[in-house]
Design a protein around this ligand. Sequence first.
Ligand code: G3H
Ligand code: 13P
Ligand code: ZN
Length: 309
Amino acid sequence: MPLITSSEMFKNAYKGGYAVGAFNVNNMEIIQGIIEAAKEEKSPLILQVSAGARKYANPIYLRKLVEAAVEDSDLPICLHLDHGEDFEICKACIDNGFTSVMIDGSKHPFEENIRLTKEVVEYAHARGVVVEAELGRLAGVEDAVSVSAKDATYTDPAQAVEFVERTGVDSLAIAIGTSHGAYKFKGEPSLDFERLQEISSRLEGFPLVLHGASSVMPEFVAKCNEFGGELPGAKGVPEDMLRRAASMGVCKINIDTDLRLAMTATIREYLTKNPAEFDPRKYLGPARDAIKGIVSHKIKNVLGSSNTL
Ligand code: G3H
Ligand code: 13P
Ligand code: ZN
């Protein structure tokens, strides 16, 4: 099966009240772990590549690894650019076989975000590629969030409707309190579900995207810390909140940090317990298994996309 866009995946997810996982990939072991999990769970899949991943691995290596994954797995896979910051990077990915790109104009004023997003949408749609955009800023708002602080950074429901209508974008990343990385909340985790409800009821049938959706699983944080790491106070989005979001029009849930933590915890543990080992396969193998384990868990217990193929 060739790479596909996310259109059909999102239609099914929306109808079924589940979300498709979008997992960040940077090397072979990460890709293999994710693919093995999705195969076993019979789940659709989005593999996403950031600008940093392209720089680290060289775009052609990642593309060829994903091609291998497609050939090896026969799964419906969408290859997506994560956080494209300008037209040029989106164009490069579209020209190189990606089936989906994100143009992240969220740092720009509303009108500039619309202009940039439209430019990418026109280029992408003419080539059968779909586009995700972002409205609102993801940087976590501090505890004791005031209404005005939320209004300044979180996605405005009325603007979301105008943005989608004027850009023709295929999906929209929204800001409701999540943020990237391992330190998402200082106090109790909380997401603005009222706002999500308002956005999804105004945009009925339209797929929303949640970035910064790692749960920062305590067992992996603890393992990192036990074996020489230093991650005090790491905290993510509780899984029940993600399940709730998936039932409210969020069709794509982005996960990167959880994979990083699972991989790092496993390698730290292995090297601490086996100080004489220096064959990378000895620790990258278990790290790949850990990626598979966490992705299976997400698909089965959080996203709800098992057995939907
Ligand atoms: O949204 C950010 C993703 O976790 C990708 O991170 O830019 O370090 O590759 P990166
Ligand atoms: P996390 O840092 O929560 O994994 O978010 C990843 C993400 O949003 C990638 O775009
Ligand atoms: Zn993101």
